[in-house]
Ligand binder design. Structure first.
Ligand code: SF4
Length: 371
């Protein structure tokens, strides 16, 4: 694993309640008057601008100092792909040249942002493009928060609704990078941060059991999604290798323990034809979901080059949906594919970019897209 990028002075890497004192101290060190710290705060929090070059009420020299120091940009947009169904996929380049992706998905009056929490992923789920990359490094809180601010600003500027929901379902297993994810959630939702409702935030995990309890303790209002994909040990071991460390039984136990009427747990289940879509699988899934009163969300498999599995068509997903509905009294839905024309599978855009020959590799992000 690549060594962690060093922590910076960037305020998003530190607790939100330290923002004012950090800004004041920084202004003092730069021999700037105290009121400048309030102006920076206004831009950063009230206007959600993280790029100092856009903080137009500040003198140019101060903007420059901020850009080179405390507010140096955590990421820039390297690619933006627009799907015919309205989904937008972003590839961001981080300060050390690595890439991550975020996806904005519109539904009715909502805009859901799928965030990345790591570069690559160590969980190695066998249906996932990101899983094939292994883990390069964890993201810092500033790199997580900046994805949100960038996508919100870009989509609002296009006359769209911006980000109304956040899901940690992009590259990486969020509970493998819990400290940074937790800090980013603090920034999204706290009174000193962006005051975004925590009920609009979902953390999706493949089942890192000890961290699930910690997440629920630290962020009781945040929603939890569990990527199950099979409730039968042998099958799940082959699809989600982490199951060999945190078994289905352990996972079930912790979900029953944290079950609470005010917190909806979702079970995510990618339908893989011939692998996890038989009647025994449906029965096991219903049993598992019943214990923790979860909502079941069936997802089509997004194929990518070199994928081990075939895509599930609407008919196959529909067939499995009926099997599950016969077994389960709780709610079950089937989600349709989004953004298939723009490298729709998680990690696919970054993976495809990594495969580009070096000579054509656009390692210099398009400055016109820089935020
Ligand atoms: Fe990691 Fe999620 Fe992909 Fe599994 S599905 S390898 S946890 S990014």
């Amino acid at each position: 694993m690549k060594p962690q990028e060093p922590m910076t002075d960037h305020p998003f890497d530190h607790p939100p309640d330290q923002l004012d004192s950090r800004l004041e101290q920084w202004c003092q060190e730069q021999q700037q008057p105290k009121f400048r710290s309030k102006q920076v705060r206004q831009h950063l929090i009230d206007q959600r601008i993280y790029d100092p070059s856009e903080m137009t009420s500040l003198p140019a020299e101060l903007r420059q100092q901020l850009a080179e120091g405390m507010l140096s940009s955590p990421l820039v947009v390297a690619d933006q792909l627009n799907s015919t169904d309205g989904t937008i996929k972003f590839r961001f380049m981080l300060a050390d040249g690595l890439s991550i992706e975020s996806v904005w998905i519109p539904t009715d009056d909502r805009g859901t942002l799928c965030l990345s929490s790591q570069v690559g992923c160590a969980a190695g789920c066998t249906f996932c493009a990101t899983g094939t990359m292994k883990l390069t490094r964890n993201l810092h809180p500033r790199e997580i928060v900046a994805q949100w601010l960038a996508v919100h600003a870009i989509t609002v500027a296009q006359g769209l609704c911006g980000v109304t929901q956040v899901v940690f379902m992009g590259m990486g297993e969020p509970l493998h990078n819990y400290p940074a994810v937790s800090r980013a959630i603090d920034w999204f939702s706290s009174a000193q941060g962006f005051q975004f409702s925590p009920r609009r935030i979902t953390v999706s995990t493949v089942g890192i059991v000890p961290k699930i309890e910690q997440l629920v303790h630290d962020h009781p209002q945040v929603r939890l999604a569990v990527s199950l994909h099979s409730a039968i040990t042998e099958t799940r071991n082959s699809i989600v290798p982490i199951n060999q460390h945190h078994s289905i039984e352990e996972l079930s136990e912790v979900l029953v323990k944290i079950r609470d009427d005010s917190r909806r747990i979702s079970i995510e289940y990618v339908v893989l034809p011939g692998i996890n879509d038989g009647s025994e699988q449906a029965k096991a899934l219903a049993r598992f979901a019943g214990k923790c009163g979860a909502h079941i969300n069936l997802l089509p498999f997004h194929p990518y080059e070199g994928a081990l599995y075939a895509a599930a068509g609407a008919a196959e997903v529909g067939q499995f949906l009926s099997l599950v509905q016969k077994q389960y009294e709780g709610s079950v839905t089937a989600r349709r594919s989004r953004g298939l024309d723009i490298d729709g599978a998680c990690g696919q855009l970054v993976l495809n970019n990594l495969k580009k020959p070096t000579a054509t590799d656009d390692t210099e992000p398009d400055a016109s897209k820089k935020r």
